[in-house]
Design a protein around this ligand. Structure first.
Ligand code: ATP
Length: 943
């Protein structure tokens, strides 16, 4: 390696030819770098990562905490309270406390938010792309962050390029460089160009750049610069800033904050104006104090922090269930999803393809064998006449290719050669296991060939690939062109094509029969189609295979014209079994009011067979194909979309139309996708879901969530988590606001009952709202799912947070809270003012304070479930709640019995009897909520 570590960033690589570049970077186009060299260069150049300066600065996060309207109101309360205290020469204890709590709340919010952002950034790093490189002469997959200058990396459609580099070779490579140049049109790349050193960035056709995307084609390049040394790093154009938009829930909560602040201002106005009228101006100061307490009491100070904590926590929980959240709002939206549009291959099925049936014009072969192990037999079924012995792989493994061609099954051998050469995957044997690197569909074909001794390596040396028309979901086919010169073939080039059976058949005008070919007749075509349908109806994924001799090498854009007049070789049917867990996930969706829709590029009969095995559709149900979609206007599609559960042979652009039609029908749609062209549909969907394993980087970038295991069941698990999060948020809103309403009513009632003075000082209210409400609320955020969470219909995004009885619950519990505390307050006041009472006359206030706190503890335990009685729940299923309740009770007792704390919080010592009375009264809250549950249960059973 060049001793000058800046070489890689300063050289105009595009003005050098490939050999020179390789020489300078001391690498090898075939063998790549050695592991030791990679280690060395990693040390020299650092990891291939961009510094994400797009994140919000720490200061912005901190300042944002104080723009919250509720905190602003608290600050005003603190100022007024300070003025009142200073006027009477009292130490402004309440004001200082409120200020400190405002600051504490702000800092807590800051810590949690920046932690959430960091966690999100870490999660994003988890989804960082994996790249294919050659190292030590072997093709390996490594994290993109591990790339170093000199690495030889492979490109294919959908890959987001992870470093800058000089192309070594390419085939029809088109790259979108808009992130770098702003130019939306795809750029054609060419490896063999040598450009002038003046060439501007946008015209460097022999280079590829970090952050750009491969639209079509394939290629191989040598990395010239990484990390911040790349063009992208240098101009810092595309920085993966963390999403910081507020979630719909956060928006709803800030609206809630506005309502509460407005409400409290109205209440304060009523108390001050009404009170002055009835009690006179002399009481103004007392009334102001009551008002301040009301203002402090109504604000749920702990709510924002608890919400942030819950959302951040849920992303961690989801990642444990293999769902990676890329955008925080997705957590809530997931809970509201009512339609999941899923790909078939790999998501609903295992994507472990095994060829089971091969159909050539003369024979149908049943192929035996398991997984990717290249051992199996071809059991034949003659179609016309004649017989064929099955030949085991062992006998042919070492047979020379010429022997293969002379084989008694020339049609089969020719088809296998096509399958193996029109193929980009690699069969590997490592750690006693056979596996496939690349597309499983192609992997199955390599294994098929290997079972008959048709191995890719010797074949591709014999017929080297010189050009190709790559696969895309739109084309549904691919072709490779191999050189045959001097190899005794009938033409200098031969093209092998495979793809959707109908498309290949449509383009075939002859078919292979024995050693020769015959014109494709109508009858032959019909018989092939019949066979195709039969295989598809059995759930097999069927590909058509063909070949064509070529006299000249076509240009990359001549695919349409070249892929005509093909010679039909046969059909290959592979089994891609449904995922075992997908069936139960589909039925769970049904219970949860979520419709599953299959959208696949595969044949409609294959799709239908799998859909019916999974319970998504019933045999005979309506299927719409891409062709049908083409005929329908968007309006017509909207009218039908609710009735269709299987869309087959669709192209990615149809996915966008389907999502739009469903959304028009008011559905909240989750949509999966993996290809480059799925990105618009993923963006359009309410939840765009990319595949972690097979997904392209582009699709991941466009998604809200990534499935780390590509599994449909994971989507359902994520939906469940989303619902649990929303249920927990509703639960602690119920909990916190219920008590706030109780506090406000109690405070307002005291002067009306003529008790004189405010029962709760602002400091005590803050204590309740932050500590005695906050700690259990945090514990409620980790409450496990209620058993019926997936048996409820989804929450519509338009549904208010107070729907399904939450608003009335808050009001009801608030009133009960108030009734219990007011009753206690009445008793306690009379008790402490009774003749002969020895203790502190103001102890009644502390009794009110203590019983409000203790009642909230009962409330916290009871609110865990809205149906099940607390006795029916496992108390240890949420140990955090038990810990939070115990800790809160201890803290509350410390406030009453430890002198310095008593002085600070303005509480009074309580006798054991007084404390027991408080416990008794506050237990009533728990009893009430449990009775309510019993009543509802009884009422429902009766109904
Ligand atoms: P899904 O959309 O459910 O993931 P799919 O894999 O069938 O299913 P596409 O990848 O769009 O969807 O493929 C469309 C069709 O193209 C397939 O049904 C198959 O006929 C054909 N096909 C798939 N992979 C290849 C390939 N590697 N080479 C040639 N043809 C292919």
């Amino acid at each position: 390696m060049s001793s000058n570590s800046n070489t890689s960033s300063t050289t105009a690589w595009y003005s050098l030819d490939v050999e020179h570049t390789l020489l300078l970077l001391e690498s090898d186009a075939v063998d790549g770098l050695t592991s030791e060299e990679v280690e060395h260069r990693l040390e020299q150049y650092g990891t291939n990562e961009l510094e994400t300066t797009g994140d919000r600065s720490a200061w912005t996060i901190l300042l944002d905490q104080f723009t919250n309207i509720m905190l602003l109101m608290l600050i005003s309360v603190a100022v007024i309270s300070a003025i009142l205290d200073l006027r009477t020469n009292q130490f402004p204890k309440d004001a200082i406390a409120i200020f400190s709590i405002v600051i504490l709340n702000g800092v807590l919010g800051y810590l949690q938010e920046s932690r959430a952002e960091k966690a999100l950034a870490a999660l994003k790093r988890l989804a960082a792309p994996i790249v294919k490189v050659v190292r030590n002469g072997k093709l390996v997959e490594v994290p993109a962050s591990n790339l170093v200058p000199g690495d030889v990396m492979f490109l294919e459609a959908g890959v987001q390029i992870a470093a800058d580099g000089r192309l070594i070779e390419e085939s029809n490579l088109q790259i979108r460089e808009s992130t770098l140049t702003g130019e939306a049109a795809a750029v054609n790349k060419q490896a063999d160009l040598v450009l002038s050193s003046e060439t501007p960035l946008g015209d460097r056709q022999n280079m590829v750049f970090q952050g750009t995307e491969v639209l079509i084609g394939r290629g191989k390049f040598i990395v010239t610069s990484t990390g911040m040394q790349t063009e992208l790093g240098r101009i810092a154009a595309m920085l993966q800033s963390v999403e910081t938009e507020p979630t719909p829930l956060q928006k709803r909560l800030s609206q809630l904050g506005n309502v509460l602040v407005m409400g409290s201002l109205v209440l304060v106005a009523i108390v001050v104006i009404g009170g002055t009228f009835t009690l006179g101006l002399s009481q103004l100061e007392d009334l102001l104090e009551v008002s301040l307490s009301i203002a402090v009491a109504i604000v749920p100070e702990s709510l924002p922090a608890v919400i942030t904590f819950t959302l951040a926590l849920s992303t961690q929980r989801m990642v444990r269930r293999q769902a990676l959240i890329r955008k925080l709002p997705a957590v809530e939206t997931l809970g509201s999803i009512n339609t999941i549009c899923s790909d078939k291959t790999g998501t609903l099925t295992q994507n472990k393809m095994v060829v089971q049936e091969v159909d050539t014009p003369s024979y149908t072969f049943h192929v035996t064998g398991d997984g990717y192990v290249p051992i199996g037999e071809f059991l034949t079924e003659p179609k016309v006449s004649g017989s064929s012995d099955s030949i085991t792989s062992e006998t042919l493994k070492s047979a020379p290719i010429s022997a293969l061609l002379a084989d008694q099954e020339p049609e089969l051998v020719q088809l296998l050669i096509a399958c193996v050469l029109c193929n980009d995957s690699v069969l590997q044997y490592e750690n006693n296991e056979w596996s496939v690197l690349g597309d499983p569909t192609e992997g199955a074909l390599i294994v098929l060939g290997a079972k008959k001794g048709v191995d890719k390596d010797p074949l591709s040396r014999w017929l080297p690939r010189v050009a190709e028309f790559p696969f895309s979901s739109e084309r549904k086919r691919m072709s490779t062109i191999c050189e045959t010169e001097a190899r005794d073939w009938e033409s200098p080039y031969v093209m092998f094509t495979k793809g959707s059976a109908e498309i290949i058949l449509e383009r075939s005008t002859r078919y292979k029969l024995g050693h020769g070919t015959e014109p494709m007749t109508k009858e032959q075509r019909a018989s092939i189609l019949k066979q195709n349908n039969q295989m598809a109806a059995n759930g097999l994924r069927v590909l058509g295979v063909a070949c064509k001799p070529l006299e000249t090498l076509p240009l990359p854009e001549e695919d349409e014209a070249t892929e005509q007049n093909l010679v039909w070789l046969g059909l290959v049917g592979m089994l891609d079994a449904p995922r075992l867990e997908a069936k139960s996930a589909v039925s769970l969706c049904q219970q949860a009011g979520i419709r599953t829709v299959m959208i696949t590029g595969d044949h409609h009969l294959t799709a239908m067979a799998i859909a019916s095995q999974l319970g998504i559709a019933n045999l005979g149900d309506n299927v719409l194909t891409g062709q049908d979609l083409q005929q329908l206007s968007q309006r017509e599609l909207e009218q039908q979309v609710d009735q269709v559960t299987v869309f087959a042979r669709v192209a990615p652009e149809h996915k966008l139309r389907i999502v739009q039609a469903l959304q028009k029908r008011g559905k909240l749609v989750a949509m999966t996708g993996d290809g480059v062209n799925d990105a618009p549909a993923l963006k359009q969907a309410d939840i765009g879901i990319a595949m972690g394993i097979t997904g392209t980087d582009v699709s991941k970038e466009a998604s809200d969530m990534v499935l780390l295991n590509d599994n449909f069941a994971t989507i359902v698990a994520a939906v469940e988590e989303g619902r649990v999060v929303y249920a927990n948020i509703r639960r602690f809103i119920k909990y916190i606001l219920g008590s706030n309403v109780g506090e406000v009513l109690t405070i307002a009632a005291a002067p009306l009952m003529g008790l004189g003075g405010v029962p709760l000082a602002p400091l005590q209210i803050l204590w309740m709202n932050l500590v005695t409400d906050g700690l259990p609320a945090l514990a409620l955020a980790v409450e496990p799912a209620e058993p019926d969470v997936m048996r409820q219909p989804p929450f519509s995004p338009r549904e208010s947070i107070f729907s399904r009885g939450l608003g009335s619950y808050i009001f009801r519990t608030g009133v009960i809270f108030a009734i219990i505390t007011i009753a206690l307050m009445w008793w306690a006041y009379n008790h402490t003012h009774a003749a002969g009472y020895q203790g502190d006359k103001d102890a009644w206030k502390t009794m009110v304070f203590t019983s409000l706190c203790l009642a909230q503890m009962g409330h916290a335990l009871a609110v865990r479930s809205h149906r099940q009685l607390s006795l029916e729940l496992n108390p240890f299923s949420n140990p955090y709640l038990i810990a939070a309740v115990t800790l809160t009770i201890i803290l509350q007792l410390m406030l009453v019995y430890i002198e310095p704390m008593r002085n600070f919080f303005g509480t009074h010592w309580l006798s054991p009897v007084e404390l027991a009375i408080c416990v008794g009264f506050s237990a009533l809250m728990f009893v009430w909520i449990e009775c309510e549950k019993l009543f509802i249960r009884w009422y429902k059973n009766r109904g």
